[in-house]
Design a protein around this ligand. Structure first.
Ligand SMILES: C[S@@+](CC[C@H](N)C(=O)[O-])C[C@H]1O[C@@H](n2cnc3c(N)ncnc32)[C@H](O)[C@@H]1O
Length: 332
């Protein structure tokens, strides 16, 4: 067993009893031993519920989102440079921060953020996806900065209160109980730390649901107005990963801004921002990064989300909500 880098051992925990792990991955509480293979730490219990197991098998067949052919570190950095969200995250995260990317898939965001003295823990249920990310980290010399962990967020092998930032995008809405899933990952962030979650918006997803009806009724031959599928014509694996994720997923929920902010408040997380913004008409006044910029006005949220039906539909209707843990004490 290769010794676990001491850079990461204080960020991991036993998924069975939540006690710390020692640098050989042995649990200091229940003495259970954990292992690493193909660059991925195995902290997944074999006791997941049937719905989660179905999601795991679904992604194992087509790791999401997959890496474009020939992706190297320079082209990943260029992709990140073109993504407004990646830029905002990079600017908001301190150079020595501990970051959990929960449900990282093939790990692009973690690989992009793994610079300076940051410690990235890229966690996912699906080993096939993690191995794609771990192989890229090895090729690009990032192994000391990023640790790929196979784990179920409902029994995570990650230490509560250990992370400056918890990022979780495109994941909660594919779990059997999104509010409960959020409550679990919110415990990972330290007091004062940031939580950044991306979920399908109830309104923004409407046009995609219509598109999915057309796809189904045409026997999966027609996918109207799907720019992502069109752009991936020459990349069969990533095209297939997107098609499955968007049109054939076994488990999907959709949420409003108000609902997600309600999850935040229930866990002692103060809503600070959405991406795109959820205030109408004054973007030029918006403070930078993830500084506070929200107003809890349900009618304004409704208008903003109706607008998202058109502006976010092309790429599936996902929005980002950002919050900051305000309570001093972690819940038991
Ligand atoms: C749509 S992909 C999103 C991947 C990545 N975050 C992104 O934005 O490209 C959803 C990911 O969530 C993971 N996932 C689903 N349920 C999970 C759970 N209970 N615990 C950990 N990961 C989970 C899946 O394995 C999959 O890789």
């Amino acid at each position: 067993l290769p010794p676990l880098s001491t850079r990461f051992s204080d960020l991991l925990a036993c998924p069975a009893c939540a006690a710390p792990l020692d640098p050989t991955l042995a649990c200091t509480g229940c003495a259970r031993r954990h292992s690493t293979s193909s660059g991925v730490v195995d902290l997944r219990l074999q006791t997941g519920d049937a719905a989660t197991e179905r999601v795991r098998r679904f992604y194992a067949e087509a790791p999401f989102p997959g890496h474009p052919p020939g992706l190297d570190y320079a082209s990943l950095a260029a992709l990140g440079g073109r993504s407004e969200l990646a830029q905002r995250l990079d600017q908001a995260i301190a150079p020595d921060a501990a970051v959990a990317d929960v449900g990282c898939g093939t790990g692009q965001m973690s690989l992009f953020l793994a610079s300076a003295d940051r410690r990235l823990v890229a966690a996912d249920l699906t080993r096939a996806s993690l191995e794609v990310g771990a192989e890229a980290a090895r090729r690009w010399g990032l192994v000391g900065r990023i640790c790929f962990v196979e784990t179920d967020l409902f029994a995570p092998g990650l230490r509560d209160g250990a992370f400056d930032v918890v990022y979780c995008s495109g994941v909660l809405h594919h779990t059997p109980a999104p509010a409960r899933a959020f409550a679990r990952i919110a415990r990972l962030v330290r007091p004062g730390g940031l939580v950044v979650v991306g979920v399908y918006n109830r309104y923004a997803r409407l046009l995609h649901r219509l598109r999915r009806v057309v796809a189904r009724t045409s026997g999966m031959r027609r996918f109207p107005w799907d720019p992502v599928l069109r752009a991936r014509q020459a990349e069969p694996a990533r095209r297939q990963a997107w098609l499955r994720d968007q049109y054939l997923h076994p488990l999907e929920h959709r949420h409003t801004i108000g609902e997600v902010f309600g999850w935040f408040r229930d866990q002692g997380i103060e809503p600070v921002r959405t991406h795109p913004e959820s205030l109408l008409g004054v973007d030029s006044e918006a403070p930078p990064g993830f500084d506070p910029y929200v107003d809890d006005f349900a009618l304004e949220h409704l208008l903003v989300q109706l607008g998202w039906m058109f502006t976010l539909a092309a790429e599936g209707g996902l929005f980002i909500a950002v919050g900051r843990r305000s309570d001093a004490a972690l819940q038991a």
